[in-house]
Design a protein around this ligand. Structure first.
Ligand code: ATP
Ligand code: MG
Length: 398
């Protein structure tokens, strides 16, 4: 059976009162952007729904894309037919036979008053036709299948199965944040979760050539390519040359504090890049307690270097939950490619798990760290990554 339309419902957006129009417009724009390769689709935006007319497009492919659009609660495939009692009854029967379940309820809505049969009568006529021609039973309280029939000027629109959408808010409605993207499993998942909350992202990656490899950077770029497909547009990437600052930290003589100091520097550099690019917060893939630099004490002394809010979407999630999401959004296979991160290469034997602010400040006072931070920012490379970005272009930045 071929469906002609998709009916999209907003869910959480419905709670947004007078901002609803902005939300719907933003969702509408995002949706059209990610679906632009399906050139024959037509759209209709109403106050409560968006309708897509499929025309010649592959329904399954369109569904695959729609499932990742944040701000959509759920959607249904819709069969359209002529405004004729018998044709409507037959089409309803065909649709319900293509659905899963043993019980049903018919819910008719008559927007077109020129159609002379009232909704309640239509409900009864359709239900008895289905009862006569199938093994299905009626259940008005908890039906397996809710058959919805809308009588409109253009015809009757019949739908059943609700397909779960991504939920959340339309991307971009909540401003922009800067993600610290390492190439591991966690930070791409954190990026995705922010995007789902309606936050646009840019990414910053700290690279330490020659200690970190070409693959480490292509990994970050490949991850952003995946995220840019979900977004439907390119994402800005800032690559920070971190080597001299990192080497300097190791010369200070207290290896146990190296990771803590490195993170403090990362935050400082990221905060400057964020404010220059109108990003209102930093985002990391940190999860409380996962490693030495993610104890509460570590988070505290790292966080106190900046005043910008730091959002940690994975703070209380288990690694397995994070892995599940990374598989679903297709970043897992890229994340597990072996590579050496700037943190792994210099990992001390005994990193401090309860660092002290005084000690950090004392170590940092031994060199002109502000100059180093400034140089990192000055020498940062800025790229715009979309799904067609060629990895060959990366070599020149090493
Ligand atoms: P991930 O899987 O995201 O790498 P992780 O569990 O390996 O996280 P860490 O290596 O301690 O944890 O890093 C914690 C967070 O710090 C990362 O999620 C990321 O946001 C940020 N980070 C770490 N290394 C880098 C880097 N080289 N460039 C940018 N951000 C980084
Ligand atoms: Mg990591």
């Amino acid at each position: 059976m071929k469906y002609e339309h998709i009916l999209i419902r907003f869910g959480e957006l419905n709670t947004k009162g007078k901002n609803k129009i902005d939300f719907i417009n933003c969702l509408f724009k995002n949706m059209k952007r990610v679906l632009k390769k399906f050139s024959t689709l037509e759209y209709l935006k109403t106050h409560d729904h968006i309708y897509i007319t499929l025309n010649d497009e592959d329904c399954d492919e369109v569904i695959k894309v729609l499932k990742e659009v944040s701000g959509i609660a759920n959607f249904s495939l819709v069969k359209k037919c002529e405004l004729d009692e018998n044709i409507i009854k037959e089409t309803c029967l065909e649709v319900i036979k293509n659905s899963n379940g043993q019980t049903f309820k018919v819910k008719c809505k008559r927007a077109n008053k020129n159609f002379l049969i009232h909704s309640d009568d239509m409900n009864r006529l359709i239900a008895s036709h289905i009862l006569k021609n199938s093994d299905l039973k009626v259940d008005v309280h908890q039906p397996d299948i809710l058959l919805s029939v809308e009588i409109r000027n253009e015809g009757a629109f019949i739908s059943t199965n609700k397909i779960q959408g991504a939920g959340g808010y339309p991307l971009g409605i909540g401003g922009k944040a800067l993600v610290l993207l390492s190439g591991g499993i966690d930070s791409p998942v954190a990026s995705y979760m922010m995007m789902k909350r309606g936050i646009n992202i840019e990414a910053v990656h700290f690279a330490s050539p020659p200690y970190t490899s070409f693959e480490a950077q292509t990994k970050v770029i490949d991850l952003l390519k995946k995220l840019s497909v979900i977004k439907g547009a390119s994402i800005k990437l800032h690559i920070v040359p971190f080597t001299s600052l990192q080497e300097k930290i190791y010369e200070l003589g207290d290896e146990s504090y190296a990771i803590t100091l490195m993170r403090r520097m990362m935050y400082r550099i990221a905060a400057i890049l964020a404010s220059r690019n109108n990003c209102k917060a930093l985002v990391t893939g940190e999860s409380v307690g996962q490693v030495a630099s993610q104890t509460l004490d570590s988070i505290k002394v790292i966080n106190e270097t900046i005043s910008l809010p730091v959002i940690r979407p994975l703070a209380c999630m288990d690694k397995l939950e994070i892995i599940d999401i990374s598989k679903r959004i297709d970043t897992y296979d890229i994340s597990i490619r072996p590579f050496i991160d700037c943190c792994t290469i210099f990992t001390p034997k005994n990193p401090v798990t309860h660092p002290k602010s005084d000690r950090c400040e004392e170590l940092e006072s031994r060199f002109d760290y502000k100059q180093y931070v400034y140089d990192c920012v000055k020498n940062t490379t800025h790229l715009q990554i979309d799904e067609n970005y060629s990895n060959e272009d990366v070599s020149e930045f090493l």
